[in-house]
Design a protein around this ligand. Structure first.
Ligand code: 13P
Length: 251
């Protein structure tokens, strides 16, 4: 049971989106109509955070970043700090996405430092975890996810400042999804771990599912116990698809 947890549907645009893509965000804004019973967020590339924030101003749709450095400022060419994201209009930042872990060598301790930086800057951290295809085939899914949780989450994580995103690496961008039973099992085990480590908070932390979420499977995935929303990649780039996923909550 998810109780009174308010779900979150967040779109991760990844490294997609020139200024013209703001039109899709405008269409999301126009298409939402009455305020949905969920939080809706778009995480564009850093270059679009401020213009997107202006596009969405007053709509209730939130804006997030996709990554941050752990330091507030300094000689880190090319990096963006959590404080900079907040200054640009973001309320949230994704940390530890599997693409960062795999392509930028981000270890759990780095992810944890980034989550701490997010909290320091007053941002919500969406901390991503998830097993690879090989780990899944070896029956290591829970072990991997539990280890990532243990080492990537700051001790000061609360239901207000931290969201977990379970994204099986093999389900990202592939069109493949775990069975509902698999999602239910992993999310329940994440909930158990959160409750054990963060008494009083862990029961209320949002646990998102991510990996090939689309309008056609959103209703089934989002109805699973302890699935408190979605982190959406490809389908978030098209307003009609993203709205179709948010609409799963109205059905
Ligand atoms: P897709 O929805 O494209 O599979 O991507 C999921 C993801 O990585 C969101 O962060």
């Amino acid at each position: 049971m998810t109780g009174a947890i308010r779900p979150l549907v967040a779109g991760n645009w990844k490294m997609n989106g020139l200024t013209a893509q703001l039109a899709e965000a405008q269409s999301v804004r126009n298409g939402l109509g009455a305020p949905p019973p969920v939080d809706v967020m778009i995480c564009p590339p850093a270059t679009l955070i401020t213009p997107l924030m202006l596009t969405l101003k007053g709509s209730g749709v939130l804006v997030g970043g996709q990554d941050c450095h752990s330091e507030p400022c300094g000689a880190f060419t090319g990096d963006v700090s959590a404080e900079m994201l907040a200054d640009a209009g973001a309320t949230t930042v994704i940390v530890g996405h599997s693409e960062r872990r795999a392509m930028h060598g981000e270890l759990d301790r780095i992810v944890r430092a980034k989550a701490e930086a997010a909290h320091r800057a007053g941002l919500i951290a969406i901390v991503c975890v998830g097993e690879t295809a090989g780990e899944r085939a070896a029956g290591l899914t829970e072990e991997v996810v539990h280890r990532q949780l243990a080492h990537s989450l700051p001790d000061a994580a609360t239901a207000a400042n931290t969201v977990i995103a379970y994204e099986p690496v093999w389900a990202i961008g592939t069109g493949l999804t775990p069975t509902a039973a698999d999602v239910a099992r992993v999310h329940a085990s994440i909930r158990e771990r959160l409750q054990a480590r963060f008494p009083g908070e862990g029961a209320r932390m949002r646990i998102l599912y991510g990996g090939s979420v689309k309008p056609s499977n959103a209703a089934e995935l989002l109805a699973i116990d302890h699935v408190n929303g979605a982190l959406v990649g490809g389908a978030s780039l098209k307003a009609s698809d993203f709205l179709g996923i948010v609409a799963a909550y109205k059905a």
